[in-house]
Design a protein around this ligand. Sequence first.
Ligand SMILES: [Zn+2]
Length: 255
Amino acid sequence: MGWSHSIFNAMAVTQIPFDQVDRNSPVVFFTGAGISSESGISTFRDLDGHWSKYDPMNLASPDGFISDPELVLDWYAARRKAILEAEPNAGHRAISDFQKLFKESLVITQNVDGLHILAGSKPVLELHGNIHRHKCFECSSQIELSVHEASNLNYCSCGGLVRPDVVWFGESLVTKTLEDAFQAVQDCQIFFTVGTSTQIYPAAQLPFEAKNNQAFVIEVNPEVTPFSSHAHMSLRAQAGEALPQLYEEFYAKIS
Ligand SMILES: [Zn+2]
């Protein structure tokens, strides 16, 4: 793929310190809602149809679940259905390719849809959980449910209600997951921040942390974000457009 036909110019590419990078260089991909929206998965900001009349706080918070668990489970069943109909896009696939190229690489995602895993990415840290997993609301035990079972009320052996294993409004991220994310970011040499508005902390701190620790930071986002002016390279593009081209460039230079 030639850069002359791409959205990038030669100047942008030469900024990447290819001479300091090899297949053993630690690389981190940090992704947000933007890469999922390219697969047709909507966010809370664009609730449609039936669900637009609800406050997201009632659909995705502990208080909302306590006051109307069936409503919350219906909402998650609808989300899960939409997600199961979606497929990883060229951005997810390019990240999976990158992970085969770089032996020490990690995906840190804020998305709960599991599309990185479906695209073959490994390892993946899911900061906000995974909509296909479930746990007890009371004792936090992991509970296996089929898609069909998950749309109904289920109880843990302790008597607690079963809920999606995702991080809701008002809940903290899992400490161990967050620690692993910050550790990887401190050690990485190249950091990609993809389709994330970098506005929700503590996750939004990760690109800044990478830059402070001397990583080369590449941002891919159609919109300008609070991090854009801090990135070494900031591309106004969709992940599915930019990442395959970046992959070709890295593959040609370092493999
Ligand atoms: Zn329990």
